[in-house]
Design a protein around this ligand. Sequence first.
Ligand code: CTP
Ligand code: MG
Length: 401
Amino acid sequence: MSVWSVIVAAGKGERFGSYKPLLKIGDRYMLEYSVETISNNKRIEGIVVVCLSSYIQTIRELLKKYEKVKYVIPGGQFRQDSVRKGVLKVPENIEFVMVHDAARPFVSEDIIERAINAAMEKGSCVVCLGVNDTVKRVENNLIKETLDRNSIFLAQTPQIFRRQDLICAFENATAKRLVFTDESSLMEFQGFYPYMIPGDKTNIKITYPDDLLLAKSFLKESLDLGLSEKENYEDSKAKRERNYFIGIGEDIHSFDKERPLYLGGVLIPFDKGLKGHSDADVLLHALIDALLGAAGMDDIGTLFPDTDPKYQGISSLTLLHNVSTIIYSKGFKIQNIDMVVFAEKPKIRPYKAEIISVISNVLSIDKTKINLKGKTAEGLGFVGKEEGIYAKAVVLLTKEG
Ligand code: CTP
Ligand code: MG
């Protein structure tokens, strides 16, 4: 049996608020998760990725390392149009097509394997999730009926059908101007009863921003606690050669009575702030320089010159985010960060947790990878005389060889 996969990623992400496939989850873009997992299945021979036309070049570049990705093409108005365009790219000699939503990044290798096995045996396969809650049919806020939950399932992807069956069904639906939300309902309309296998709760669809929090918690869980295949994935990656890059960053700013004090992206209640072109966040500047240094790049002043008016008053968190995007796109991963703030006043400890939390969010890394200490200078030098603040950061980056 020959199988290709069509991964649809051409939705606009209106409910989410942005284009989801290029959203960062952990250290990768959402689309990469399903492309990688599907690529890993030995029986998948080729993959068609259908995406928004404006992101085609970016996505082609992002996915060029996946040999099985044969086409990256633009989608259509409705999901059904995108799937149809993808299926039409699958070569005629391929028997089955496995359709998957890029909005489900955590599909597991196990589900894909089981779905292909089932399709091979039964001629089709739709991955569904049973419901644990009691299910009601409601009209105008009145509960009319309790349905038998044992016969109710929520359809997920992957969904596998014969290429030829799908093409005929699409032609029929197009002729009748019918739009279905998944391949199963399209096929049901033809009088075809797809075979169902039970899926997995972690195969969630990212629709609203809250779903991403859930997704991140799955990812964190599987990374931190070593659950399931994500651990195997990490393990196998660890077995490849790993290169280490250390970076150091330091910065000094003098106090300015007229300005607010920002440290580590947090507004600190204090009677003076720091002088500078941007928000003068001395700690983030040290951190940015450490990241750039480890990545072998120019320093913050070269990248974001203080002669450029566009950086006037800019939040250093924006600069940090930009820098993280650059280093992640070069394949670096942050292993840990250690930082010191030398200030006679204010005390750093009360803001430590908040600063770590803000930095962890911007960099999409776990809080446990970030450390921060405050030191006084015992009255010595410019720090001791309360003329300014000095910050220092050290980071360790890794890159797989
Ligand atoms: N999809 C697609 N082409 C469309 C619409 C949707 O390829 N015209 C894809 C999406 O990219 C997603 C999957 O179908 O992977 C499920 O769609 P959904 O979760 O609704 O994503 P979006 O359409 O992007 O979100 P929204 O409806 O909020 O705009
Ligand atoms: Mg949609």
